[in-house]
Design a protein around this ligand. Structure first.
Ligand code: DX5
Ligand code: ZN
Length: 243
């Protein structure tokens, strides 16, 4: 049995909040949209998240960048712990950082529910996946566009979700890389139907049917939602394209 993660959710018994059990990565078998707040208005993050929550998504994708593993810097545990207080969404935390093992626990304490780290940044991926499970969160492994699927073959079946990058990580609003997306097919073969396969980078209503046909069931969408004035309509456009 998985350990209960330390964090404020155990202390909250109020029925106004969802319990810990609800804040889990949805079981595989559904298509989920994970809006990436990277393209949201960072001065109004709580409002931006409230809008996507009202659109009925179950998760939000939090892009964490350290200026070392990728050439950009975004948010870390202090921001996530503040967002935790205003959102009941599953926090799908994408760590684009060096030494993910060193920082993972801090993200769990801040309120992350799912933690993805990059195979390119991890010395001992299996150990980190086990550690994340011990901490009570689900674990994800991610591979960059130029990284072959073989690099994750051994550890992917141990994860709860595998993330395939279809842009070079570091920035939002980049162009979708069709060749990188084809790796989804092989990843799905490796993990089978019970592990989520997430795709991240340049996803829009045009390429959504393609990545879903390859086997992706979790769609990270940043620019195609937050560049639109009507975020809810943009989410519904992705939903329509996925079905
Ligand atoms: C890129 C990030 C992505 C990105 C997705 O480094 O990991 O999550 O924000 O945004 P779009 O959909 O704009 O490519
Ligand atoms: Zn991401």
């Amino acid at each position: 049995m998985k350990a209960v993660r330390p964090g404020h959710y155990q202390k909250e018994s109020s029925s106004s909040r969802k319990g810990e059990a609800d804040l889990r990565l949805p079981k595989a078998g559904t298509i989920e949209i994970a809006p990436s707040i990277l393209s949201a208005d960072f001065a109004k993050l709580a409002d931006e998240i409230a809008v996507i929550e009202s659109a009925g998504v179950s998760m939000v994708h939090l892009d964490v960048m350290d200026g070392h593993f990728v050439p950009n810097i975004t948010i870390g545990p202090p921001v996530i712990s503040k967002l935790r207080k205003v959102s009941k969404l599953v926090f799908d935390s994408h760590l684009m950082i060096s030494e993910p093992a060193k920082y993972a626990e801090r993200f769990v304490e801040a309120g992350a529910n799912h933690i993805t780290f990059h195979i390119e940044a991890a010395d001992e991926p299996k150990k980190l996946i086990d550690r994340l499970h011990e901490l009570g969160v689900t674990a994800g492994i991610c591979l960059n566009p130029q990284t072959p699927v073989e690099a994750i073959e051994a550890v992917a079946p141990l994860c709860d979700m595998v993330l395939v990058m279809t842009v070079q990580p570091g920035f939002g609003a980049q162009s979708f890389m069709p060749e990188a997306a084809k790796k989804i097919i092989r990843v799905r073969e490796i993990v089978g139907p019970d592990i989520r396969v997430e795709v991240d980078g340049g996803i829009d209503p045009q390429n959504t049917p393609i990545v879903v046909s390859y086997g992706a069931d979790t769609l990270v969408v940043g620019n195609a939602i937050f560049s639109k004035s009507d975020r809810i309509a943009a989410i519904n456009a992705i939903r329509g394209a996925a079905n």
